[in-house]
Design a protein around this ligand. Structure first.
Ligand code: ADP
Ligand code: ASP
Ligand code: MG
Length: 428
């Protein structure tokens, strides 16, 4: 069976009009052997994060934050499926489940509650999109990804139990495809052995698409986004970016590792392992070919720029002028890993270790407390990490001219700069 996976990201279903566009794309699918994966609508995940933050920091604001989520979806349903009481009934059940997530306190606290609440965004969106597609006559089965994607209890960044997940996907998805139904399910979410909700990390729906692709050994994965494909830089930040027609898995995994937001970094590995091509296409121009990410490509890449915000520059020094030796590095890395911080740049000198990591404000005090037991710690917040792959001196000049560079790191044809403000130029 030639199976395909289509993933529709948040922006492709952010409004009733966009859902209608997606329906046109789905109706154009020739093969019924397609799994559809949807994200939460628009910025719902951010709104749900606000609900969780209000719950912990300003309980008086929870209700208003919840209402924003509910109203947003009800308005879309009103436009797509006026008078459909069935879908409203199903949504009301999900809204109740959402509120339960807040009542359910456990020792894990924040991360646990976050997943119980935030996972609901995808359940809500998939319920609406399914109802609309069915109303349009599309033969479709809705499956709950929590019955398919099995994970550990590492809330907010859950790790996949591949064996169990593969077994559930074969048992529940394959028979539906054999019956000529399209299957629609949620990205980003899974569940623990105790049926608690988990999430796979922000922007994790691309990864979900890759998990289904791997387990079903599909022919091709297409992710539908608001950009023509993978570009040489984020088009929302830089002008005159170019689309890359083809990209190797290797280049894609490097780009996403350095923080290119167009794909979740975990997406590439399962696809590369099974040699499944990944197509990034625009739902705004569904006829255009997009970017094809494959194993072997014969291209000379132009400079590719990646900007990561909200970084911390952490400088650790041994307090007694002892050399920063292997054991110090191991200890420091262990502490950083224990608190869940990802190291983006690492550099050491005789007595210092400099790290650039993504900020995790709720976890930072714990990290600093432990580091300070062993090292003198200096920290600079709110820095940017700019990475240029296939770098070129002209691009570097344009990017960093007049900027205070706090750290520069070169390796092969990749250069990284840590700076405090964004380059204020348009790329030409
Ligand atoms: P989805 O709708 O699937 O969630 P995302 O919003 O996660 O899609 O990803 C698309 C966004 O990624 C674009 O709107 C763009 O601003 C951003 N982006 C960052 N870097 C790139 C890049 N190199 N090429 C294309 N888009 C990029
Ligand atoms: N809705 C989730 C997020 O916004 C997952 C995704 O869209 O990929 O992070
Ligand atoms: Mg996304």
């Amino acid at each position: 069976m030639d199976i395909e996976v289509y993933k529709f990201g948040g922006s492709s279903i952010q409004s009733a009009d966009r859902v209608k566009k997606v329906a046109e794309i789905v109706k154009g699918i020739e093969s019924r052997n397609t799994v559809l994966i949807v994200s939460a609508m628009g910025k719902t995940t951010n709104l749900l994060e606000e609900v969780v933050n209000a719950h912990f920091d300003q309980p008086g604001r929870v209700q208003a934050a919840l209402e924003r989520v509910i109203d947003y979806h009800l308005r879309i349903v009103e436009e797509l499926l006026p008078g459909d009481d069935q879908v409203i009934g199903r949504l009301n059940d999900l809204f109740v489940e959402l509120e339960w997530g807040l009542d359910d306190q456990r020792p894990e606290q924040y991360d646990y509650v976050y997943d119980q609440v935030v996972a609901m965004g995808e359940l809500i969106s998939s319920t609406i999109v399914t109802a609309f597609l069915k109303a349009q006559g599309v033969p479709l089965i809705w499956l709950d990804a929590r019955d398919l994607i099995h994970t550990d209890r590492n809330f907010r960044n859950a790790r996949i139990d591949w064996e169990k997940t593969g077994e559930s996907i074969s048992r529940l998805v394959t028979p539906e495809l054999e019956r000529q139904n399209l299957v629609l399910t949620q990205g980003f979410i899974g569940s623990t052995p105790d049926n608690e909700n988990t999430t796979l990390g922000r922007e994790g729906s691309d990864f979900s698409a890759a998990i289904f692709a791997y387990c079903l050994k599909v022919q091709k994965v297409t992710v539908w986004k608001d950009v023509p494909g993978v570009m040489t830089a984020d088009p929302s930040r830089f002008e005159a970016v170019q689309k890359l027609d083809v990209l190797s898995f290797r280049e894609a995994i490097e780009m996403t590792y350095y923080g290119a937001k167009v794909l979740h970094p975990k997406t590439i590995k399962p696809l590369q392992n099974r040699q499944i091509p990944l197509i990034v296409r625009s739902f705004l121009e569904p006829e255009a070919p997009g970017t094809s990410i494959e194993d072997q490509v014969d291209v000379v890449y132009p400079p590719i720029i990646i900007v990561e915000e909200d970084q911390l520059l952490i400088q650790l020094s041994t307090p007694d002028y002892a050399f920063m030796e292997a054991q110090h590095l191991v200890d420091a890395f262990n502490i950083v890993a224990k608190h869940g911080f990802k190291m983006n740049v690492i550099r050491n000198t005789a007595i210092t270790l400099t790290l650039v990591t993504q900020d995790r404000p709720r976890h930072l005090p714990g990290l600093l407390e432990e580091l300070e037991k062993h090292y003198t710690v200096r920290i600079t917040k709110d820095v940017l990490l700019i990475t240029i792959r296939h770098t070129h001196s002209a691009t570097e000049d344009q990017l960093i001219q007049g900027k205070l560079i706090l750290l520069e790191e070169r390796f092969g044809n990749t250069v990284q700069f840590v700076t405090q403000s964004l380059p204020d130029y348009a790329l030409r």
